[in-house]
Design a protein around this ligand. Structure first.
Ligand code: ZN
Length: 127
């Protein structure tokens, strides 16, 4: 599964995004190390702070299916610029270790990052 195919799957989810407030739809496709793919979309709420990002929606679907090791996360939007994951999503993804993040707006250009680049100093909990 290459980056273009994974971005295509993230774009495939875009029509299912629930974004009546911002109108900014985001789709995600998360590839597990086993080769399974889980899609997610942003799910907005009238109480804005309760909105769930596409990245975390995909992650939750994967974890619910028993997966916790991830290789690549693709994120797509219909915007001009590439949709970088928000700080909350970076932290939640780091909980599960390392992965590569690829992002694309409506243009063909795909940007690629490591999660460590996006969040070099995550919060950790040690008793
Ligand atoms: Zn987010």
């Amino acid at each position: 599964m290459n980056d273009h195919e994974l971005i295509r799957l993230a774009r495939e989810a875009l029509p299912f995004a629930y974004a009546p407030y911002s109108g900014y739809r985001v789709g995600a496709a998360l590839l597990t190390v086993e080769g399974r793919i889980f899609q997610g979309v942003n799910v907005e709420n009238a109480s804005y702070g309760l909105t769930i990002c596409a990245e975390r929606a995909a992650l939750a679907a994967a974890v619910a299916a028993g997966y916790s090791s991830f290789a690549v996360l693709a994120v797509a939007s219909e915007g001009e610029s590439e949709p970088l994951p928000c700080g909350a999503c970076r932290q939640v993804l780091r909980e599960f270790g390392s992965l590569r993040v690829v992002v694309a707006g409506k243009k063909e250009k795909i940007l690629s990052f490591t999660l460590e680049d996006l969040l070099p100093y995550p919060f950790t909990f040690e008793k």
